[in-house]
Design a protein around this ligand. Structure first.
Ligand SMILES: Nc1ncnc2c1ncn2[C@@H]1O[C@H](COP(=O)(O)OP(=O)(O)OP(=O)(O)O)[C@@H](O)[C@H]1O
Ligand SMILES: [Mg+2]
Length: 250
């Protein structure tokens, strides 16, 4: 079986500082995988390496069996990988629907993209509308993204990843900054809206992680110290010592 994503010996150094140290990880197609670990563990850096925003200092990364190591972000995006950022990154002065149109357009071949931009495209419009509905923003299509609530902007952010047509999604702290109720709603949305996709999610909310993930990897000091099912991770003494602590374990 081809994995959606495979990392082999991935490292990242910034000058003398090694931030990611020999990470091996194999994510199955359709899997929901959570990446957890303390602040500064290297989680966002690992996402940047996978998405091509940073080039690894060593190691290899493959998406659906194709080597994407060191390739440009737009090229990796074309191969079906999308990411949402730790901080919301929508276009505030475009309305919600146009934000999704931009994301949908980005997945079109270059020639078609310009044609669709100039002449409009029913396919792009339909994709934007259907994603708008999928992320619960059907009533807000004409609202400027900057005027949406914070939780709605995060939903739009997720929608932009979906509208690109990606099969593999990297979600960096999708519930960051939300109240408990907002976070619960956001996770329900992620569960439904990403059905059938491969999802790798960085998340600090342990209820979210243990409720949503098929498997969990724990990154500490740039190294993966454990990968396994939620039950296995809960029971892992090294993980308890390094990150979870006894109070998280119910
Ligand atoms: N461009 C950079 N140059 C130097 N050091 C960096 C750079 N980017 C990140 N780092 C360092 O790498 C380490 C890992 O950062 P990263 O943002 O990946 O952590 P994280 O696990 O996502 O943390 P958080 O949970 O707080 O988001 C930190 O010590 C950070 O200061
Ligand atoms: Mg981070």
């Amino acid at each position: 079986m081809t994995h959606a994503l495979v990392l082999q010996g991935v490292e990242k150094r910034f000058g003398a500082t090694q931030v990611v140290c020999g990470v091996d990880l194999a994510i199955e197609a359709g899997e929901r995988h959570a990446l957890i670990g303390p602040n500064g563990a290297g989680k966002s850096t690992l996402f940047q390496l996978i998405a091509g925003a940073l080039a690894p200092s060593a190691g290899r990364i493959a998406l659906n069996g194709r080597d994407i190591t060191g390739r440009a972000p737009y090229a990796i995006s074309r191969l079906g990988l999308a990411r949402s950022f730790q901080t919301t990154s929508v276009f505030p002065r475009l309305n919600a629907c146009d934000n999704l149109r931009c994301a949908a357009l980005s997945a079109e071949p270059r020639g078609a993209r310009w044609r669709h931009l100039l002449l409009g495209s029913r396919a792009v419009d339909e994709r934007a509308r259907s994603v708008l509905e999928a992320v619960g923003l059907a009533a807000c299509g004409d609202t400027l993204a900057g005027a949406l609530s914070y939780a709605q902007q995060r939903a739009l952010d997720l929608g932009m990843a979906l509208a690109s047509g990606a099969h593999t999604l990297l979600l960096d702290e999708p519930t960051a900054g939300m109240s408990r109720d907002e976070a619960r709603e956001a996770l329900a949305l992620i569960r439904v809206a990403t059905a059938g996709k491969t999802v790798v999610m960085v998340e600090h909310d342990m209820d979210a992680v243990f409720g949503l993930a098929d498997r969990i990897s724990v990154l500490v000091g740039g190294r993966i110290i454990a990968t396994g099912t939620p039950d296995a991770i809960r029971a892992n003494s090294a993980v308890r010592a390094a990150y979870l602590g006894p109070e998280t374990l119910r």
